[in-house]
Write a protein that binds this ligand. Structure first.
Ligand code: KET
Length: 433
């Protein structure tokens, strides 16, 4: 039988969610855009090996940004189980459609969580929040809105950044540019480069800033640096778009991790925030998040809200109810909220302790080089500085998998697997140039 669809080209599988073999690419960011519509969709910094197909019983997958327990298992938070129980017992909860902008209480409480209880912007009714499909969906809805309603289509992302950012923004019709962020020499922030690039951006350009726990580098600006970033963004008339996927994961405190965003909101200017509950509530598969747009007046906020509904309706009509109900139950109830913060801190602390253990294990082996970046970096990931050759070799010889750029998920490590990783790093550094 003839096939209408036979001309469809084979796509590379997503390098994170379903792992196959990938082409290795150099770190040139524009590569992704150049071959965007080709048969292979590379994530230039996210390429990983065929972990899934490796039969080795002690293989170690450190490529995905998802929390694992000391036993290497996914974690459902106790407070989430309690909230679900409560919802299941409540006969008044139904499964009807939510409004286009989602669950009203979820939106209110989600906005408060990131902006703070005492936010002037909230008091002045100039904040629009709509429930979206986790962080990714929030970024996409924000990008679609901007492509349609913002006069400037240029959007700046850090180099490097989360591999999905360029695709999300490009497909929404925005034009992606990069600003300097990581300095491989110092394995730290290229702050001068960042300010220079933002200073040279055209007026009105959108700037994507990761609120905390930068993916993939694990390097965040200090509060003083954030203040300088804020000043340049405002003085150049740039529009900040925060990706807030890891609130609570960097420091263990929801408020501390929100400081960068709150600094921008406090000056009365506009910004967008894509918020995710995938990581901090462990609700990865529930796809629960929100897009918040802070406006300069209630009148502008009303118009923005109306236009956002028009973006969402033809995309997925309305968002799903279950995750929003879980989050709302927890945020509404002070006991549950407190228990959540304790569990969240537990996850953040375990990651911090993995950093310390890995650092000490590498030191103990006398591995050449300075490895202090392992403990200086923050959040779920560590940008090890291992090169692609070393990463490939470690997968082959030690069955340890990470992205080609040398990023490892610290949340995937345990006290048991730290020595395995430290041995592999030591061997790779001493044998593979
Ligand atoms: N922003 C950043 C910076 C990010 O790392 C992720 C996920 C998201 C947004 C989206 O998460 P969501 O589940 O849509 O709320 N990052 C991990 C997942 C992935 O890429 O598959 C990761 O980097 O491994």
């Amino acid at each position: 039988m003839s096939s209408i669809l036979s001309k469809v080209l084979p796509a590379a599988e997503d390098p994170v969610l379903s792992v196959h073999t990938f082409q290795s690419k150099d770190l040139h960011p524009s590569y992704l855009l150049c071959c965007f519509f080709g048969p292979i969709l590379p994530f230039y910094e996210r390429v990983i090996f065929a972990c899934r197909d490796d039969p080795c019983p002690v293989k170690l997958n450190l490529s995905v940004g998802a929390y694992r327990t000391e036993e290497g298992k996914p974690l459902v938070l106790e407070v989430v189980r309690r909230a679900e129980q409560q919802l299941a017992n409540d006969r008044s909860c139904d499964k009807g459609y939510l409004p286009i902008d989602g669950l009203a209480d979820f939106n209110k409480l989600g906005a408060k969580l990131i902006l703070g209880d005492d936010s002037h912007a909230l008091e002045e009714n100039r904040v629009v929040t709509i429930q979206c499909l986790s962080g990714t969906g929030s970024l996409r809805v924000g990008a679609e809105f901007l492509a349609k309603h913002h006069q400037q289509s240029v959007i700046y992302v850090p180099n490097p950044t989360w591999g999905n950012h360029p695709s999300i923004f490009t497909l929404a019709g925005l034009s992606v540019q990069y600003f300097r962020y990581y300095d491989p020499q110092t394995r730290g922030l290229d702050f001068e480069g960042m300010l220079e690039d933002l200073g040279a951006a055209p007026s009105g350009a959108i700037v994507v800033l990761q609120a905390c726990a930068h993916n993939p580098t694990g390097i965040d600006p200090t509060l003083e640096q954030w203040e300088q970033i804020r000043q340049i963004v405002r003085s150049k008339g740039l529009l900040p778009f925060f990706d807030n996927a890891y609130q609570g994961f960097a420091s263990g405190s929801l408020d501390s991790d929100a400081q960068s965003v709150r600094m921008f909101v406090a000056d009365g200017g506009e910004c967008l925030i894509a918020q995710s509950f995938a990581k901090n509530m462990g609700l990865y598969g529930e796809r629960i998040g929100a897009l918040t747009i802070v406006c300069t007046s209630e009148d502008v906020a009303r118009k923005v809200h109306g236009q956002l509904l028009l973006v969402v309706r033809p995309m997925y009509l309305t968002p799903p109810i279950h995750g929003a109900s879980i989050v709302t139950t927890i945020l509404k109830n002070s006991d549950m909220y407190k228990d959540w913060t304790i569990e969240l801190k537990g996850m953040a602390d375990r990651i911090i302790s993995m950093r310390q253990q890995l650092y000490e294990a590498i030191q103990a082996r006398g591995t050449p080089g300075d490895w202090s970046h392992i403990i200086k970096q923050i959040g779920m990931f560590s940008f090890t500085g291992l090169n692609e050759k070393q990463v490939r070799w470690m997968a082959k010889e030690y069955h340890i998998y990470m992205t080609y750029d040398g990023r490892i998920s610290m949340a995937g490590l345990s006290s048991k697997t730290v020595p395995q990783l430290a041995d592999a790093i030591h061997a790779a550094i001493t044998r593979i140039p």
